[in-house]
Design a protein around this ligand. Structure first.
Ligand code: ADP
Length: 485
């Protein structure tokens, strides 16, 4: 007796239906007869029949159309069509729809059984072939992702020769590979570190903090400070199907030079400030020392304005030197919307004077950023003052705060002159002033300070602008997500 197969009969009531049912049962098959389309759907989904026999029309719908629809869902299901009258167009459309064959009246028991057996056999070959193909493709994919011993040796030799530290981790953060430079950085000896959890091998809180924070799929850059004073630029990159890789580049010397430069700028700026204060003080005194004529009064005024402008520059230099020397360690949970409000209050007179329209969009309940509040205020002041400075009278400024991808994003948009494309890549560089400044005063240090602050909190700054169409400045900072509820 052949294997018991479940055959589904979807034909309108007719003598042929009972003949088929009897013949198939007699040949040892299980048969389910369905009377309408909903029952057909159910039977297909729940009982996984081996074959479907469809009437030329069933429950008011053309059998060929029904068959075509079912093949979209069950592409390997053999389907036979029963027609009262065999015509060439019917056979053609049945085959075009992907049906396995056509049975035509008048039917004999043998015709039915032979057609069913043929269709079942073809389906079983197809099933076997599919299973074999899936197995073959899976095996070939696996062999492609697994390295042979010699390939692995070559790869290790290449990675071993790289001067930067390279650490490869699996998805559970166990060490898969660490090169010679990586071992030297952390003073590891012996080969027994491979396969062990990273935290058990390298006790470095900064490295751990980075790995446990959500990475998403992006590469992340951060600074790793070792206790002995060495500093590394570390890059953490997720690797699909393996885990992730960390590369470490020694920047101790660059950091030392940066600090020297910061200290130097700080010293010079500091030494310049005292004589400037004296100049300003004496210029003020001249006015009080006796009556000045109109010219003298005008000259003193000019001295005062210039000295104030130089003092502003020196103060920015001092600030910049302080930032570059990396000595700022104050960290608090800062609400940027509060900082924005304070900063806006400071600029209110200027906004009113230029008749600017100010829009603020900061939803309640935004997360905080872990930072020095004074630095956050500097970021806010610099961006808002630039927007006010560059926007002509009657223009519009929009301040917006929102939370996205674990980051708090500040956006300052103005309806000013916009920034030429060629300048956009440079405006965050120190002392760079774009060709759009057109008489506006400034040092070219404000945005450098903003970027320096954002960098020190692993944040980002960028600009979107087009000449004649205003500018949008963005600052994104890692934010502390609030507990839900
Ligand atoms: P400063 O404003 O003192 O010149 P910044 O570092 O703040 O220096 O800005 C650098 C340059 O970027 C500016 O000189 C100006 O060319 C351009 N810039 C900055 N903000 C804006 C803005 N809101 N609209 C147009 N240009 C701007």
């Amino acid at each position: 007796m052949p294997n018991r197969e479940l055959i589904l009969l979807a034909l309108d009531q007719s003598p042929t239906l009972s003949l088929m049912e009897r013949a198939l049962r007699a040949a040892g098959h299980d048969v389910t007869v369905v009377r309408h389309q909903a029952a057909l759907e159910n039977a297909l989904a729940e009982s996984s029949p081996s074959l479907l026999l469809l009437g030329e029309t069933f429950d008011g719908t053309a059998g060929i159309e029904l068959g075509r629809l079912q093949l979209e869902r069950f592409p390997t299901l053999p389907i036979l069509l029963f027609t009262e009258k065999e015509t060439l167009p019917t056979i053609r459309s049945a085959l075009r729809a992907g049906l396995s064959g056509v049975l035509t009246a008048p039917l004999k028991t043998d015709d039915i059984l032979q057609a069913v057996d043929r269709a079942l056999k073809r389906a079983s070959y197809l099933g076997d072939w599919l299973r074999r193909e899936v197995r073959r493709t899976t095996a070939s994919l696996e062999s492609r992702t697994q390295l042979s011993e010699s390939e692995r040796g070559r790869l290790e030799a290449i990675i071993g020769g790289i001067e930067d530290g390279v650490i490869v981790l699996d998805a559970a953060e166990n060490l898969v590979l660490i090169n010679r430079a990586g071992r030297e950085i952390f003073g590891l000896t012996g080969a027994d570190v491979i396969g062990r959890p990273l935290e058990a091998v390298i006790a470095n809180a900064e490295l751990q903090a980075l790995l446990t924070s959500p990475t998403g799929r992006a590469t992340r850059l951060f600074e790793l400070n070792l206790e002995d004073g060495r500093v590394f630029k570390a890059q953490h990159t997720p690797i699909p199907q393996i885990g992730s890789a960390i590369t470490l580049h020694d920047i101790t010397e660059i950091k030392r030079l940066e600090k020297m430069k910061g200290d130097f700028v700080h010293t010079v700026a500091h030494d310049l400030r005292s004589p400037l204060t004296a100049v300003l003080g004496y210029a003020d005194l001249v006015e009080h020392a006796g009556n000045l004529n109109e010219n003298q009064h005008e000259f003193v005024n000019r001295i005062q304005t210039s000295v104030k402008s130089i003092t502003g520059l020196v103060n920015e230099l001092l600030e910049f030197g302080r930032l570059e020397s990396g000595s700022d360690t104050r960290r608090e949970d800062v609400h940027l919307d509060g900082v924005m409000k304070d900063s806006l209050a400071l600029f209110e007179p200027l906004v009113a004077q230029k008749q600017l329209k100010m829009n603020v969009d900061a939803p309640d309940g935004l997360p905080t950023v872990r930072a020095n509040p004074v630095r956050m205020r500097q970021v806010m002041d610099n961006l808002i003052s630039n927007a006010i400075k560059f926007t002509p009278e009657g223009g519009e400024i929009r301040l917006c705060l929102h939370f996205k991808d674990h980051q708090l994003v500040l956006e300052v948009t103005d309806s000013g002159p916009g920034i030429p494309l060629e300048d956009q890549a440079h405006i965050f560089e120190r002392f760079y002033r774009a060709r759009n400044v057109d008489g506006t005063l400034g040092s070219g240090l404000g945005l450098t300070i903003v970027k320096s602050i954002a960098d020190s909190y692993n944040g980002r700054v960028w600009v979107e602008s087009a000449e004649g169409r205003g500018s949008s400045f963005f600052v994104a900072l890692p934010a502390l997500e609030l507990e839900a509820g």
